[in-house]
Design a protein. Sequence first.
Length: 207
Amino acid sequence: MTAPGFRPTHVVPQHGLPAWEEPDPARPTVGLDPLLPVRLVERRGDWGHVQCSNGWSAWVDGRLLVAVPQDPTAPDAPMARTADPRPLLIRAEEALSRYRSAVEGLMHGDLDGEGFGALTLGLRLGVVVDGESLWLYDPDHGRWLYTDGTRLHTYAADEAPRTAPRSPGPAPTRPMPDEPAHGTPDEPTRGTPGEPTRVVSPDGDLR
């Protein structure tokens, strides 16, 4: 039975979502059905506390929820900073330029292996372009983002949700999917372009 006045803010991704009683991976509960409307009532870092139309609530990976479209903005309204792909494109260009300079120094003998390692230490870069589709790596948040040139969408995350927000810095290395397709349990996180995805461990469980 739908609770009076229930207004969903998000829906569950098309493959469903694991859920937990508390924002703790050790306390799993019944998962949420695909495309189930939910209301996001609280966030704790990456975790999201959602309420269903029947009043039942659970904690999920809030990064993977699909937002219910709001009223469209005016045609001349500025793009939200978090949805604008240009800042990440600029960072990718700068990182590639730094790496290219280090390679040239190594090839010309101006740098030895130690100097090359020092110049490239902590440098993270990931860009895949396929026509109008683009995948960009966000090193500050440890995730891949997909864009068709206008809006960014989370495509894959390096790690399971955390209670505390991530601080800027190098993220753990994870390989980039070769193509936008659904992965198998022993692969890194994958998903359909433009749609949120899960973090999958080698044994097939969400971490």
